[in-house]
Ligand binder design. Sequence first.
Ligand code: TYM
Length: 328
Amino acid sequence: METTLSAIKPTGQLTLGNYLGALRNFPKFQDESKNIIFIADLHALTLPIAPEVLRENTRDVAAFYLAAGLDPKKTIIFLQSMVHQHSELSTIIGNYAYMGEMSRMTQFKEKSSHLNEKSIGLGIFTYPVLMAADIVLYNATKVPVGEDQKQHVELCRNLVTRFNHLYGDILTLPEPVIPTVGARIMSLSDPTKKMSKSDPKGDIFLKDDEKTIRKKIMSAVTDMETSVHYDKVNKPGISNLMTIYASIKNITIEDVEKEFVGSNYGTFKRAVADAIVAELTPFQNRYREIIASGELDRVLKEGAEQASQIAEVTLEKVKKAIGLYQVK
Ligand code: TYM
């Protein structure tokens, strides 16, 4: 049986990019495979974050998971920091990762480029190793992520292959699952850059109200032309809005082009804003109900217990394989 695993780190308010590239797809797997979705709170420590912000974001991600349709009876949902095996396995498999390949990680290069080299935290460099541990602990076969995480899953695959070459068939090789439309939602203010949690001007946040969403879409950067057609290089803004629309409506980019033949940008933008509002309003209502229900802690506690049982089996297997002394 397939095991699907993914996570989101609670570093900031979640964006429409997180939603379309990842979150919205998570529940699709819970009826067809074993589904494990967690909150990567240890990963959120890689850049400075205030304790109260981390706590609030963590609770929000958990509530968003349920609001998106994850069912705790079908999906194991938990906090990474509550399952100690993640940190332990990360310490072990970090020894099989090379400085060279770690230095080539695009996210590390991007996120550390504006920092002073002398004060870059170690966690941001080693974080793909922790992510590899996250994945292999549960023998995950499928990892649904946006485009920007593909390289990290590839690193995990390299570590698995290297480890198994040394010790036998111990770890399971995962595959990234990247959506065909919506894998890389771009910033609304600079559509050549990825929409990311740290860019208030270019983001749609999942908690934005209707008025804010409409305002942000209507003022999204486009181009001097008038036709709604897809051209990522010359029309990155319009192409991004087309991607958002296609992704929400579950249609192809060609369908979007056909639907808006002869429409001006104003009409098209209003349709995009309508689609986002129609998608996010019920989602936000569910989110509020979940927060009010006070159910989250119980879900997270039970999830951590279930996760820990699976994780322990893998960790023990690894310890034995590499020769850590087993006291009987
Ligand atoms: P994170 O928290 O940065 O992002 C969560 C998910 O959202 C996707 N995403 C996007 N998709 C489309 N367009 C965008 N603009 C966009 N921005 C983000 C990301 O690709 C991701 O799927 N390291 C991970 C969390 C993690 C993880 C794991 C994932 C930790 N352990 C194990 C899978 C398996 C991260 O930082 O995601």
